[in-house]
Every structure is written in structure tokens, then in C-alpha cells.
Design a binder for this molecule. Structure first.
Ligand code: ZN
Length: 406
């Protein structure tokens, strides 16, 4: 599963885990309480029937005295007290479980909603359709496209159809369609120096290892002779290692200890499938994880913070407190949600934009353009850097360009 989704499900899984732990505790307590109650009741029964026996068999017995004796016996054994204590303890843990469930699962998530940013249904529908196609859910996706009236649904679907037809064959451990796909996209896949792609090599590497395992040395050597030549320049170290494995082919194939044991133990086919999806999405100009998946995962990860915020600010909605671009709190989502560099001005806290880029001052400090002009007031007026005593004019400052920033 995608890293982004994993982060979100990890938080939910922790909640479920905590609740399940408490369920286990309640169950054990309930069983203990049941057993001790049964024992207490049978103890009482014994005492009562003994007293009854005494009354029946001994004509001289005073009923009052026998009853008093029974009372004293039961009180002395503390039977009722123990039962009450057990039941109380059980109720305590049941209500604790209830609280855990309430806290983790019955949130009114609408409180974290920002009503000032209305969703654009057409864009949302397109993202949903694309997600379904990317996941290979073509029937559902097609139905959704028809019912929601998504424009150009076929164009959305086509590239993912060919991706999934190859992916299915990889899952059946058939490499031919993947190799054919590489041949078709050879020009786009090649490295910056025109060398054949590392992905293509990983296909041949897997074919070589499969042959070594299934058919032995000779077949693997023949395959290597035929296919490894063109990767001489770019993959020599990996090829040498594969050739080394030939000396241990029986051990490698049998999964016994050898210096090359790792070659066949990793999840070769699973890794290749993931790698193929990544390559495909790069060529399609798409993220490996669908935008919908990433958005939902990021939202789920941010939700606890937003709900806490909603609880703190009370009746006001979160939307009222936040301006168009920013939330009033930081929501750290983790590395898997960082896609490119961002610059936030340390003075204004604004994220830089094309109109308000980061600027490098001669002293080496960096603030955004708007902040510089706010402090200096004119392009040729000198101002003091907010972070050191150095002075300069806005003209001395240089715009910074991050290669991966839009
Ligand atoms: Zn400075």
C-alpha cells in the first residue's frame, strides 16, 4: 500500500489496538467475575441447605438461632461483599472501554470542516475516476464515469488499462509483457546519458535469477550472454554479483546459506510490480499514489489536530479562523507527504509564491520578497537584516530558485 495511506491507517490501527486491548481486559475480568460469583452462590447454597438440614433433623433446634447462625456464617465468609466488589470492578472496566471507544471512534469530524472552501464537483469526480482506474477497478470506474458524467473518461482509463494488463502478467510471474512495454517506451526510459534503463535491467536480472532457480546454471548463463551485454557500462557491479552467484547456484536455488543468499530471498516479484507501477506513473506524468489516496490519507492524519483545534476554539468553525491559504496551527504530516521543497518566510510566516519568492540577503539570511519591501519600504533604501546587524538594500538581494519548486 502507499506510504501515505499507511501513515493514516497506522494511527487508526493504534486506536483499534488500544480498544481491543481493553476488550481483552474486560473479557478476562468478566470471566473471573463469573467464576467467583458462581463459587459464592454455591457457597451460599451449601450454607442454606446445611441450615435447613439442621432444622429438619434436629427437633430441638431453635429456628431463630439457626437463622442467626446462618447469617453470621455468610457475613463471616464475606460472600456478598466479595460479589459486590467483583461486580463493581467489572463495571469500572466496562465504562473505561466505553470511554476509549467514544474517544477514538465517535468523533463529529464535521467540526474540522472548512466551509469557506467549497469543493469543485467536476474536479473531485475526475480525481475519483482516476483513482479507480489507477487501482485497476475498471468496471466501477467506468460506471462512475457514466453516472457522474466525467468528461473524457476513456482518455483517463486507457493508460491505466495497459498498465494493469502488464501488471497482471507480472503478478503471474510472466515477464514478457513487461519486457515488451520497456521496448515500446525505450526512448523515454533511458537514463540521462542514454544508457538503458535500470528498470529494464531489473527485469533481466529477475529473469536470470528465475532461470537459475528453475533450470540451473547453463540456462542462466545463456540468458546472461544474450541480454546482459548492453548493460555493461551502467550495471557492471550488479552483473558481476549475478555471475558470482553462478558459483553457488545450487545453494542459491535451494535457499541455503551462501554469499548470494539475499538475491532470491527478497520479494523479487513484489518489488518488480511496485517498480513497474512507479515507472508507468512517471511516464504518465502521474504520482505513484493517486491524488485521492494522498488527500484522504493526509486528511486522516491531520484530522486529530483539526478536531483538537475545533474543541479548543468552541463554536467557531475552523474555517472562520483560518485565512485562505493557512491553518492557524501547524499540522506535521510526516516525510511521506513532503513532495517538494517549500520556503516559508521566517518573518511573515507566508509560504513563498511566484510573486513572493524567497530572497537571499548579502549576509546570507533569507526572507521573502514581500517582507524585504515591508521593512525597506523602497528598492534603494537600506535596511537592517532581521537576523543579524548587516545592512543592505533590496537591490542587493537575490531571488532564490529551488529547482523543484513551482
Ligand atoms: Zn542577516
Amino acid at each position: 500500500m502507499a506510504a501515505a495511506a499507511q501513515a493514516a491507517t497506522a494511527a487508526a490501527a493504534a486506536d483499534v489496538e488500544a480498544a481491543l486491548l481493553e476488550v481483552g481486559r474486560v473479557t478476562r475480568k468478566q470471566e473471573a467475575c463469573h467464576a467467583s460469583s458462581l463459587a459464592a452462590v454455591s457457597k451460599m447454597l451449601q450454607a442454606v441447605s446445611a441450615a435447613r438440614q439442621r432444622l429438619l433433623t434436629n427437633a430441638a433446634a431453635q429456628p431463630q438461632a439457626v437463622l442467626a447462625g446462618l447469617h453470621a456464617e455468610l457475613a463471616g465468609a464475606g460472600v456478598a461483599k466479595a460479589m459486590t466488589a467483583d461486580t463493581k470492578e467489572l463495571h469500572g472496566s466496562v465504562s473505561k472501554l466505553g470511554k476509549i471507544v467514544d474517544r477514538s471512534f465517535s468523533q463529529d469530524i464535521a467540526k474540522a470542516y472548512k466551509p469557506d472552501r467549497p469543493l469543485r464537483p467536476a474536479a473531485l469526480n475526475q480525481v475519483i475516476a482516476e483513482h479507480l482506474f489507477q487501482e485497476g477497478r475498471f468496471q466501477v470506474g467506468q460506471l462512475f464515469v457514466e453516472e457522474a458524467g466525467v468528461a473524457e473518461g476513456d482518455a483517463l482509463k486507457r493508460p491505466y488499462q495497459s498498465m494493469h494488463s502488464v501488471l497482471q502478467e507480472i503478478q503471474r510471474q510472466n515477464l514478457s509483457p513487461a519486457l515488451e512495454w520497456v521496448r515500446q517506451h525505450d526512448a523515454q526510459l533511458r537514463g540521462p546519458g542514454g544508457e538503458p534503463s535500470a528498470f529494464e535491467f531489473s527485469l533481466h536480472r529477475l529473469a536470470f535469477l528465475s532461470l537459475l532457480k528453475r533450470e540451473g546454471q547453463a540456462a542462466a548463463v545463456a540468458y546472461a550472454r544474450q541480454h546482459f551485454g548492453r548493460f555493461r557500462a551502467s550495471q557492471m557491479a550488479a552483473i558481476q554479483r549475478l555471475m558470482g552467484a553462478l558459483c553457488f547456484s545450487k545453494r542459491v536455488a535451494a535457499g541455503r546459506a551462501s554469499p548470494y543468499g539475499d538475491l532470491l530471498t527478497e520479494d523479487l516479484w513484489g518489488n518488480l510490480a511496485r517498480d513497474f507501477v512507479r515507472q508507468c506513473c512517471v511516464l504518465l506524468g502521474q504520482a505513484q499514489d493517486s491524488p485521492l489516496l494522498v488527500t484522504v490519507a493526509a486528511g486522516a492524519a491531520a484530522l486529530p489536530t483539526l478536531l483538537k483545534l475545533a474543541a479548543v476554539i468552541g463554536d467557531q468553525s475552523v474555517g472562520e479562523l483560518s485565512d485562505a491559504e493557512q491553518l492557524p496551527v501547524e499540522v506535521p504530516l510526516g516525510q511521506e507527504f513532503v513532495f517538494h521543497s517549500v520556503f516559508a518566510c521566517p518573518v511573515s510566516r507566508d509560504q513563498s509564491t511566484a510573486d513572493n519568492p524567497p530572497m537571499l540577503l548579502p549576509c546570507g539570511h533569507c526572507i521573502c520578497k514581500a517582507s524585504i519591501f515591508k521593512i525597506a519600504k523602497a528598492a534603494n533604501r537600506s535596511f537592517k537584516c532581521p537576523y543579524c546587524p548587516a545592512e543592505c538594500t533590496p537591490r542587493d538581494c537575490q531571488e532564490l530558485v529551488f529547482p523543484d519548486m513551482e
